[in-house]
Design a binder for this molecule. Structure first.
Ligand code: 0O2
Length: 220
């Protein structure tokens, strides 16, 4: 790792960086768990299947800084690398993705600084996911640090596709054979179709459950 310590303002050592980003990750993860619990309480339904959180490795941070033409300093990583702290929220249905994104936007201490909607506008590779770069305040003994966290929200099926595509991307160093790339695009279409069918199936089941509930209330 070749991160140099920069004694500018703000965060000034790798140890402090990991402490602050870990704190931000824990806060966002807890917020998501609370929203999920509340949703279960109100609607008897969990929009979140599971949550994965990670701090980007120093090697990966250095690579990203190099790619963007920046020196590997602590200052630059804090300023230019938006996904040092990353949280991935996996849900069942596409509709949950937008519901969760709205709930995040409504949190008063969270500031949304960028959104990339690869659900409405998937990448040419077939990649689908909803990305938000947010800041959350981390309170230290002597100051508050607004810390960036990247939130990725996607369905179980989208996550399955993205994990395999990510492995293939790394295996071929970003230059996979054409037939593999087009097979991935085909699989992405199958994933979208599966997500749409599962959502409509779920909507139908919910409508039946509502009708049965209403009929039972009328009998009582
Ligand atoms: P890794 O190894 O997963 O950490 P920015 O972060 O805004 O400066 P970037 O990285 O182009 O610029 O932003 P974007 O498009 O939102 O992508 C951020 C992350 O989304 C990536 O991080 C990947 O994790 C994921 N991602 C984006 N595009 C794809 C894709 O086509 N396939 C897969 N499988 N994942 C994707 P990193 O740092 O690139 O990689």
């Amino acid at each position: 790792m070749e991160l140099k310590v920069d004694n500018g303002e703000g965060v000034d050592s790798w140890k402090e960086v990991t402490l602050i980003y870990n704190a931000a990750l824990r806060q966002v993860q807890t917020k998501m768990e609370i929203l999920n619990d509340e949703f279960q309480h109100v609607h008897q339904y969990n929009p979140i299947e599971h949550i994965k959180a990670r701090i980007k490795t120093p090697e990966s941070i250095v690579k990203k800084l190099k790619r963007h033409g920046y020196d590997s300093t602590i200052d630059n990583m804090v300023k230019y690398v938006n996904d040092i702290a990353g949280i991935r929220i996996i849900c069942s249905f596409t509709s949950d993705i937008f519901r969760i994104a709205d709930m995040i936007r409504e949190q008063r201490d969270i500031k949304v600084i960028a959104v990339k909607d690869y659900i409405t506008f998937p990448k040419a590779s077939g990649y689908k996911s909803y990305h938000m770069i947010i800041t959350v305040p981390v309170y230290l003994s002597d100051r508050k640090v607004d810390t960036k966290v990247e939130i990725q929200i996607r369905t179980v099926a989208m996550d399955f596709w993205a994990s395999l595509e990510h492995k293939i991307h790394y295996k071929f160093e970003g230059d996979a054979p054409e037939h593999i790339k087009s097979e991935l695009v085909e699989c992405a279409k199958l994933v979208s179709d599966l997500d749409a069918r599962m959502l409509s199936l779920n909507d139908e089941v919910l409508a039946i459950a509502r009708e049965v509930g209403a009929a039972e209330r009328n009998v009582v």
